[in-house]
Design a binder for this molecule. Sequence first.
Ligand code: UGA
Length: 430
Amino acid sequence: DDKPERRIVVFGAGYIGLVTGACLAQLGNQVVVRDIDPEKIRLLQSGEVPIYEPGLGELIARNKERLTFTLDLQQALNGAEIAYVCVDTPPSASGDADLSRVWSVVQSLEGASYLRAVVVKSTVPVGTGARVRAALDTVGLQHVGYASNPEFTAEGTAVRDFLHPDRVVVGVSDEATARLISELHEGVDGPVVVMDVRSAEMVKLASNALLATKISFINEIATLCEKTGADIEHVADAVGLDHRLGRHFLRPGIGWGGSCFPKDSEALRQLANNTGYHLQLLSAVIEVNNLQKRRAVQKLKDELGTLMGARVALLGLTFKPGTDDMREAPSTVLAARLLAEGAEVSCWDPMARPAEVEPWTSTSRHVSPELAVEGADAAIVVTEWPQLKEVDWARVVTAMRRPVLYDGRNLLDPAAMRGLGFTYISVGRP
Ligand code: UGA
């Protein structure tokens, strides 16, 4: 194996930065991850991982000879040939992505004399690469190459997605940088697709928007199934067998959340608005997603008559199973609506970090689903944690004040639940 070992600095020790750093170390490079959060770096230096991501802790431990963590900028830049930008780009008040963290990383590269390329993995508006290029020129890094390398890993499967991707997208404006970044991906089990910077930036936003579109589409068809007596699971299975459509991302539910789809779909809509073109379809996709959460609360209200004084248990809080991430989780929207309607909310989640969970959960969070539903008038399956399949539902039905179960993820079997005595409601199934 004559692939050279590169010295790489990764800026940002969040989900993307840690996975990128650990995987690049695994591929045989010397990696230092730099963050400005002292607590995060302290944890990482003492061998702990500040987030929950399956396989990441093991990968970091296995590569500890080649992977270090620091707060110190000079130490991070020392000898670095390639700088990865993995900082977050949260939405600003206007809806545009807030790029301030990206700019502060770019400014901090001044004087990095070994640097050959800057790679941006953070999700950014189309045209950001050109602006970063110009900023690099002003800090004396004219000779340094630029690459857009958007991230397509999903939380919960990030390490596998990085090492076995459907594709690696590399947007560059020069041959040398294309070769350098392609070479870095030798050992990654997936095709490297090279294109111009703007197209690479667009691929990321278009991919997430199309995935969100598939979900909102199937959620609307599920609503129509409810109104016509069809069963969405049969419909999605058979529609998905058409290989042009595919079964993935046709799971109906309470709507999409997370750190990416809500933020990226807003950012793409805003990007379009800034060009003077209004994206019709994407606006509807976002609206359907908001409606889906309102409908969940409405269904409970119809069933209970009123939510005033009702006790409602939320089962699962994170935006999807297999993560501790609460960002834009549908549970937070449901809880806020339920509280506004005068309901009392209790909840259970195996992973959500207490400090990050909204205030309502701290007072009424339970160690098991069975305890969370005690005395409840209704329970909602919000996140399809596999633990919920193992619950003793026969016991639950007797522990609840009223056995109303809204399965927002179609996790459980309708006939079995009704057989136990539940008033069982799900999404798009009779
Ligand atoms: C998403 C994309 O899947 C990744 O490809 C992308 O790299 C990532 O965003 C990102 O931009 O960084 P992630 O947010 O981790 O990944 O989660 P997903 O598994 O895509 O789920 C997103 C939301 O859609 C969840 O709330 C999930 O419950 C919901 N969903 C997903 C459905 O309601 N139905 C489905 O069929 C699939």
